[in-house]
Design a protein around this ligand. Structure first.
Ligand code: MTE
Length: 310
């Protein structure tokens, strides 16, 4: 039996999710209930077969001291057991289910307005990049936050490698869309694949970071292995996980959450304590340690990014 004991900082699922999505999801969970035993059996089997990550030797990456923070790090056990990854289900205790994610072989394609479209093997990509560790605050739109030691490389390095045309205005990133691997993808009412985007100026900002590792080792599946975005001045839903496709386009991409509810989860999604979510205040946040702290404009990264929005 599953015993649910939600921590103090957790918003009830009904409040955090647009109502029509919540109701559809309940329906789906009901239909899936009969298959639960075999799903759990499958996860355990996948766990047994787990092979070491081929890039494990690159970690821990050297910490970039420019990104030291005043706040304590979130405990790894907390950050890795409270995740959003709808491809595996629409609850937060997703780590076990996410073990179905098969991260090798994995390729990332560069498409759209690039000099040449191509596919890159993830290990070749990671080994070609200057890996470093950065401590970033992460503020979810649901008003909880954490501090995570991400490892990875600046997004601008990946942009250089992709070689987009000068006229490209936006970068769009998408997650895998294979329902055999991510059973949540069978929930037809979501606008799969998970899609996010940035302007090219945002993508070239030094804070935009491609994550390949967390807590000094290759990223665990639930964090969005093997490649995920971190843009710490924006709400957490911009941090698209398990990326397979990167496109350069001249029209603003329609993002996953914007498709679901544009008035609540818009394209820009810059952290702003003065603009409340229609259903709750954004003035403060609960850290995963349980403290309530005031939310900062741009999540405290205004010095680095405020100029982008003048
Ligand atoms: N990326 C994909 N592909 N699928 C998702 O469900 N959830 C987003 C974002 N990236 C999500 C995703 C949301 S809502 C948040 S808050 C963060 O991932 C959560 O990241 P974390 O689980 O590492 O805390």
């Amino acid at each position: 039996m599953l015993i649910k004991n939600p921590p103090s900082w957790q918003i009830p699922e009904r409040e955090a999710t647009p109502e029509h999505v919540f109701l559809n999801r309940r329906h789906f969970l009901g239909a899936m209930a009969g298959g639960a035993t075999s799903l759990i059996g499958g996860s355990a089997f996948a766990a047994k077969k787990k092979t070491p990550d081929p890039t494990a030797d690159l970690y821990p990456a050297k910490r970039n001291e420019a990104f030291e923070l005043d706040r304590p790090l979130t405990k790894e056990s907390d950050a890795s057991s409270y995740n959003n990854f709808y491809e595996f289900g629409s609850h937060k205790r997703i780590a076990m289910e996410a073990r179905k994610l098969k991260i090798r072989p994995w390729t990332v394609s560069f498409e759209g307005m690039v000099e040449q479209e191509r596919q890159v093997d993830i290990d070749t990509l990671i080994r070609a990049m200057p890996l470093q560790e950065r401590l970033y605050r992460m503020r979810c739109v649901e008003a909880w936050s954490m501090v995570v030691p991400w490892s990875g490389f600046p997004l601008k390095e990946l942009v250089k490698l992709a070689n987009p045309q000068m006229s490209a205005k936006y970068i769009q990133m998408q997650t895998f869309n294979d329902p055999e691997m991510g059973p949540g993808l069978k929930q037809f009412w979501y606008p799969w694949p998970y899609t996010e985007g940035l302007t090219m100026a945002e993508a070239m900002n030094d804070l935009s970071f491609m994550v390949t590792g967390v807590y000094g080792k290759p990223a665990a599946a639930q964090f969005g292995a093997p490649l995920r975005l971190a843009v710490p001045w924006k709400y957490g839903f911009k941090g698209v996980k398990s990326i397979v496709r990167i496109s350069f386009v001249n029209k603003r991409p329609k993002t996953f959450w914007e498709n679901i509810q544009a008035s609540e989860y818009g394209f820009w999604a810059n952290v702003n304590p003065e603009v409340d979510h229609p259903r709750w205040s954004q003035a403060s946040e609960r850290t995963l340690l349980g403290d309530r702290v005031p939310t900062q404009m741009f999540n405290g990264y205004g010095e680095q990014v405020a100029d982008l929005y003048k």
